[in-house]
Ligand binder design. Structure first.
Ligand code: TYC
Length: 109
């Protein structure tokens, strides 16, 4: 189609407001969900949290749990803010209901 020019890319001199089309898609910031070790939360509970909330396999969940157990802290996953925030809330809620002191937080990447 050869309709009238609308952008700023024709061969006529520019006038008025620049309207060059530019895709306006900023990449969302990402957040790491961190799990903290403690001396009381059962290992099986942490594995069940990693499988249920973070969709890890039993093998992945066990590896992450043992890493947190040994190092004191570890990453469960990296998500956009709303998803990360929701997962933290789900972990804290499950831990509270089960009366375990498990702690989970967010960290901007
Ligand atoms: N340290 C706990 C225990 O020995 C297990 C554990 C692992 C707790 C990871 C929390 O984020 C955690 N029962």
């Amino acid at each position: 189609m050869n309709g009238p020019e609308k952008g700023g890319e024709g061969d006529t001199p520019e006038r008025g407001v620049a309207t060059k089309v530019r895709p306006k898609t900023k990449k969302p910031s990402l957040y790491r969900v961190i799990l903290m070790n403690d001396d009381y939360t059962p290992m099986e509970f942490v594995v069940s949290i990693l499988m249920g909330i973070f969709k890890k396999t039993q093998e992945e969940a066990t590896k992450i749990m043992l890493n947190v157990h040994q190092k004191g802290v570890g990453t469960c996953g990296i998500y956009t803010f709303e998803i990360a925030e929701t997962k933290v809330a789900q972990v804290m809620d499950a831990a509270k209901r089960a009366q375990h002191p498990l702690q989970c937080t967010l960290e901007k990447t």
